[in-house]
Design a binder for this molecule. Structure first.
Ligand code: NI
Length: 138
């Protein structure tokens, strides 16, 4: 069972006012949840920097008429079949495709995969949302 501990924090009023404005803008209803999220954000960042097992989602927007590009993206993805646990391909219009790759594995592997896909000639945009397996977070 998780033990909740209350602790006091001293802050300059101006900083606290800015924090309150920020968390209001981001739809938090109280400071505690906002602070918990900030802490988790940093812990997840640390997991990534320490090459821990992580999860994430890579998005790719590209024109599928560029035949060599499609082959290249497919080859790269097969090289990383251990890291990619799911893919979704959406035909956005006659030319454009959106691919979503869910990844799980060592963070360095996932990063390398992302950069190989992003740097492919013809990829219009590549995004990477990095997150956690959740195992070491509460
Ligand atoms: Ni398509």
């Amino acid at each position: 069972m998780t033990t909740l501990i209350r602790f006091g924090v001293s802050l300059e009023k101006a900083l606290l006012d800015k924090f309150d404005a920020l968390i209001h803008e981001k739809q938090y209803t109280n400071r505690s949840e906002a602070i918990r999220d900030l802490l988790r954000e940093n812990l997840v960042k640390k997991e990534w920097e320490s090459n821990k097992e992580v999860t994430g989602a890579i998005t790719l927007a590209y024109d599928h008429h560029k035949r060599e590009l499609v082959n290249h993206l497919m080859n790269v993805q097969h090289d990383y079949h251990d890291t990619i646990i799911s893919t979704q391909h959406i035909h956005l219009d006659h030319h454009n495709c959106l691919e979503v790759l869910v990844v799980k594995g060592k963070s360095q592997n996932a990063e390398t995969l992302f950069h190989k896909l992003k740097s492919a000639k013809g990829v219009k945009h590549a995004g990477f949302t990095i997150t956690t397996t959740g195992k070491n977070l509460h």
